[in-house]
Design a protein around this ligand. Sequence first.
Ligand code: HCB
Length: 208
Amino acid sequence: MFKELSDAVVTCKKDVVTAAVEKAKSEGVPPAEIIEKGLAAGMNEVGVLFERGKLFLPHVMMAAGAMEEGVRLLEADMPKDAVSKKLGVIVNGTVEGDVHDIGKSIVSTMLQSSGFEVHDIGRDVPLQDFLDKIKETGATMVGLSALMTTTLQGQRDVIEMLKEQGMRDGVKVMVGGAPATQAWADKIGADCYAENASEAVVKAKELL
Ligand code: HCB
């Protein structure tokens, strides 16, 4: 079943993604597993094929569209009342210069459905906007997504800006995205690194 979901993303077939997601839902597979073992696995394969020059950008965009369609179907299914539990307030976004938002949006959805109040401020977000949103919402955690080696630096810059503006002590910083690693998180002084959305939920629960 996960292979079917993954293949549907790789071949960019929205109708096949829809059917496979509905089938997995009807068989009681948790939304998080459908996303990570099925849809995200397909998107990762697209990434590998793109890197090897076997696929081109239009194909990647169509696959991203198919993936988003599947995630949209699952979002509708995630428990809404979980938000009222309010385990903590988190600002989440993709840093300036980076338009990749599929993974970031999955992280937001999973955090939200696990009981966190999440303020997803989008992609290509000017770095100061993260700090402004933290002040506005009283968030005690910020999630910083970066998918390119060129934008990874934005994660470090936000941490430095938090220090400069006297906010670092009250805010935990989580970093993620394909080029981020635990070693990178340690180097820039982030509080945690999450490899995927499930890990983001576990780490947020540990820290907040
Ligand atoms: Co894009 N792209 N792309 N891309 N793209 C990458 C990222 C490359 C690695 C592909 C490559 O060349 N090998 C590469 C970056 C190279 C580098 O590091 N320098 C790249 C490039 C170069 C570009 C453009 C510059 C291409 C161009 O225009 N010539 C351009 C970027 C423009 C810009 O940002 N200024 C571009 C555009 C695109 C799109 C629009 C076609 C599309 C994005 C659509 C969208 O996001 N709405 C796209 C895609 C889809 C990819 C790949 C193929 C897949 C990314 C993805 O969605 N993965 C990617 C290849 C790759 O990553 N290997 C390629 C699936 C999700 C589920 O995984 O890692 O994003 P994820 O998120 C995980 C995980 O990391 C973690 O949890 C998520 C869920 O499990 N996580 C967090 C993520 N954020 C977190 C935050 C937290 O706080 C905690 C955990």
